[in-house]
Design a binder for this molecule. Sequence first.
Ligand SMILES: Nc1ncnc2c1ncn2[C@@H]1O[C@H](COP(=O)(O)OP(=O)(O)OP(=O)(O)O)[C@@H](O)[C@H]1O
Length: 294
Amino acid sequence: MKVESRNLHLRFGNFTALNDLTFELSDEKIYGLLGRNGAGKTTLLSIMAAFRESSSGSIAINGEEPFENAKIMQQIAFMYDKDYSDESENAKSILEFAERYRPNFDMDYADYLIDRFKLDKKKSISKFSKGMQSAFNVIMGLVARTPITIFDEAYLGMDAPSRNIFYEELLEDQQNHPRIMILSTHFVSEMDYLFDEVVILHEGNMLLQEETDALLAKGATMTGHADIVDDVVQSKQQINVQYLGQTKAVTVYGELSDEETKMAVKQGLEVTPVSLQDLFIHLTKGTDEDESSV
Ligand SMILES: Nc1ncnc2c1ncn2[C@@H]1O[C@H](COP(=O)(O)OP(=O)(O)OP(=O)(O)O)[C@@H](O)[C@H]1O
């Protein structure tokens, strides 16, 4: 399975929600799709999942346009924060219906997950609490075992212990049945360990796509006496600056050699890694006064 996007644009009237996106997802791994509110994540995922057509450019799943393509749609599960208030069916009937059109559907795994999330299979979905509906949604996404599985904030209503069960199951099932798994989330610090690769959208543009380890290796915070910090970071891209009296902490982004790190430490600076959440925050910072880094 391969997702290829070439110069993808999506406009809502005069507003460009997605701007010239060119990227590929070609490995069976977990992609974390990050972006601030309104960055375009849901819009992109709905094009990928055949819910929407692009304005121009192309998206291809294994070489085929997904929109109105039944063959491709069967291979993609798009789970989002769905409202089930009008759903009269119970969990059992919905699972049985899904089993009919999902070739890799695993009903035994569904039963196991229904128990693990403590759901009542015979109860109407509309009577489930918000968190139970979310849990049911992630169960549907996992047990379908589609070659492309997308969770767009589908876990929003779940409490922390339930989200933790989801993360455990996701990692184990992904290991046993690898697929292209895309997770869009605002729970960055909680979910960062799940991602093999990170894609960040910013205001409809592709900000970066990179393996998580390689991305994290590009960030470092240098803390120490302001003059020394300034000297060390002057040739680097500085994405955040903080002052604490005479002490200055500058987060840099880019290639940082072992030699440069050693030199910084030798000059008395503390060099610390940057979390994915902090990198994401700093790299997508606005230019407003209230968002400035100092
Ligand atoms: N049907 C629509 N008509 C007009 N504008 C829309 C429509 N759907 C989305 N947009 C706009 O497109 C942009 C991207 O929206 P999208 O829902 O894809 O963002 P997102 O990254 O998923 O945001 P969030 O994290 O807040 O869910 C936003 O500015 C939004 O207002």
